[in-house]
Design a protein around this ligand. Sequence first.
Ligand code: HH2
Length: 285
Amino acid sequence: MIATTSRSAAAAVPADHPVLRALLSKPYPAVMGVLNLTPDSFSDGGQFIAPERALAQARRMIAEGADIIDIGAESTRPYGSQPVSAEQELKRLQPVLAGVVSLGVPVSIDSMKSSIVAWALDAGATVANDVWGLQRDPDMAGLLAARNSPVIVVHNRDRADPAIDIIKDIAEFFTRSLEIAAKAGIPQGHIVLDPGIGFGKTPEQSMRALARLNELAVFGLPLLVGASRKRFISSVSPSEPHQRLGGSIAAHLIAAKAGARIIRTHDVSETVQALRVAAAIGDRR
Ligand code: HH2
């Protein structure tokens, strides 16, 4: 448990939104397929900028079993990504988002800008994915409260500090995010927590966050984990991002065992299979 924080274990908060309820209703974690409309994302930059390719990839991920598609138009990778203006982000999203929404699975918008999230919710996205956990854009929490929208609160830091206890830092960050959410009027049942693998963390800390994920159950909220193709995998097994499927699946199965209810991945079919098989084996006890 998180001996280093003052929180005591909370009872599980029931999901209070139909999209979250559906995602959390399965005997194994839901799978979120990643759709990056960016030239510079660390693992698939440039692949899906053309709208028809982006739509084809969304269709493919849904056919492979994705329960939700996460669309992002700004890379958040720690080194080498270019911040983009809201105008540029919108220009990338506009030709694609409505088409993906029309495919019939829920869509989350991966953006730290409230103006982009507002536009995407108007265009049919139903979940906000904020990699700064309501703590960067001061208008984000108010917007999501007003729109009654679920939100994924992701832990982040401007830079990694190898000296800190990362689980304590994540727990303190979540506590701040939950205070901001409560003040704005976002119901707890609309919130999913994500330790932000690779965000402001050394590879060692990303692995520690996965190894101690169960300690974050103290918040009583569903956990999402996105370890897909991330750099910590290469610290153990040197590899390029597209060579990290095995490491991604290992990390995601460990996360699922520790209680993660949603897994964010670039590789949907392999991840769905791994999660289903692990759950089926678990059921045989
Ligand atoms: N990771 C990335 C982006 N968004 N959202 C959540 N909730 N959790 C994550 O772990 C997460 C995220 C980074 O991965 P990717 O989208 O593939 O890369 P990039 O930010 O370079 O586009």
